[in-house]
Design a protein around this ligand. Structure first.
Ligand code: SAM
Length: 243
């Protein structure tokens, strides 16, 4: 399916999100707080749109995806980015390889998302961070109703006009509805061993950006302390995700 949508993927995204994707992506980059000399994994990177800000800032970014169609379009567009074929649930990278890992609008598409979260933890360095952007649940009831109407009725209709594979956008609407809300995704992060989990709602909760850290101390004692710390509530950051 991703191979089919690859050629018009970015244009269609902009139309269907009414231009919001640019803002969402900016928040992700800010939450990553990476600088030159650090190594970033952008997982489910697709055509590399989510990897571009790092490459543009001279940061070493690896754009990984399992769709060869998406990778091909990306490589043609941005030959300077390091595109790597790989499955999120079985990553082709050594333990502790990246200072920071990110996944934008991809985790929902992975068949075993918790396995992917464990793999991301494995390849991230101790003390390193993870930033996830994903569609979520609008928090205000009226906004939620309007959005659900858009998702289930308007989006497939618009996609028929602008997309090469409109069925992919019916799948998109259904997968968003079936996806866990902000708190449940935060709980998955804690269950899979991530620490200091926080999130920020964007566009009223249509999208949520979650951030989490890998324990700096990965010895058995450190891991036990991290599990104990995870029993606390998840902080909901509505403004800036702070260090
Ligand atoms: C909606 S695109 C997101 C692309 C990009 N991150 C962005 O923000 O534009 C989702 C991507 O997830 C990829 N994907 C889905 N399951 C995957 C898996 N198990 N391993 C790697 N990539 C996967 C798809 O191939 C697709 O390119």
């Amino acid at each position: 399916m991703f191979d089919d949508v690859a050629p018009k993927y970015d244009v269609v995204n902009d139309v269907l999100s009414m231009g919001q994707t640019r803002r969402w992506r900016k928040v992700v980059v800010e939450a990553m707080e990476v600088s030159k000399g650090q190594r970033v994994l952008d997982l489910a990177a697709g055509t590399g749109t989510s990897s571009e800000p790092y490459a543009d800032a001279g940061i070493d970014v690896v754009a990984c995806d399992f769709s060869l169609g998406m990778l091909k379009v990306g490589k043609r567009r941005r030959p300077d980015i390091n595109f790597v074929a790989g499955d999120a649930t079985n990553l082709p990278f050594a333990d502790n390889s990246f200072d920071a890992t990110t996944i934008s609008f991809g985790l929902r598409n992975v068949n075993e998302p918790k396995k992917a979260l464990q793999e991301m933890l494995r390849v991230t360095k101790p003390g390193g961070r993870l930033v996830i952007a994903e569609f979520s649940q609008p928090v205000v009831p009226l906004w939620r109703t309007m959005y659900t109407e858009y998702l289930m009725r308007a989006l497939p209709a618009i996609a028929t006009k602008v997309a090469s594979n409109p069925d992919a956008y019916v799948y998109l609407a259904e997968s968003i509805r079936a996806w866990p809300d902000q708190d449940n995704l935060a709980a998955w992060l804690q269950e899979t061993g991530w620490e200091n989990v926080t999130y920020r709602n964007l566009t009223g909760g249509i999208v949520a950006v979650h951030r989490a850290f890998k324990a700096a101390d990965t010895t058995p004692d450190g891991a036990a302390a991290a599990i104990a710390a995870n029993k606390g509530p998840v902080a909901k950051l509505r403004r800036n995700i702070t260090r």
